[in-house]
Write a new protein. Structure first.
Length: 111
């Protein structure tokens, strides 16, 4: 698949806000319902660091296979090139920050 500079059209969320955007670094806030997800993807050069504000988040990772559940105040970082899927692990909305960097952002969707 071709790398994308903006993947927001690929999946629906309840709310999305960009809090910081600098060359090589950005912070986004995302809120997802219990039925929404960020589909399988990876980034070529940047690390995703997830920070949960509210609710429960579940990350599925490949290479190696791993499942991580996060609650409010917890963080987890996904290294560049590691495929991951983000889901809501609770009954209500989940709100989280994604800190992305350092490097040029891309989004490579996986089937």
């Amino acid at each position: 698949m071709e790398p994308l500079k903006d993947a927001s059209h690929l999946y629906e969320v309840e709310r999305r806000a960009n809090h910081a955007g600098r060359p090589g670094f950005r912070i986004s806030e995302i809120q997802i319902s219990p039925t929404q997800k960020v589909p399988w993807h990876y980034h070529s050069n940047i690390q995703d660091t997830f920070y949960v504000i509210e609710g429960q988040l579940r990350l599925y990772l490949r290479e190696p296979k791993e499942e991580v559940q996060l609650g409010p105040g917890e963080t987890y970082s996904v290294e560049p090139r590691r495929p991951h899927l983000v889901t809501n692990a609770g009954d209500g909305s989940a709100t989280f920050l994604v800190l992305q960097g350092l490097g040029e952002y891309d989004y490579i969707p996986l089937g």
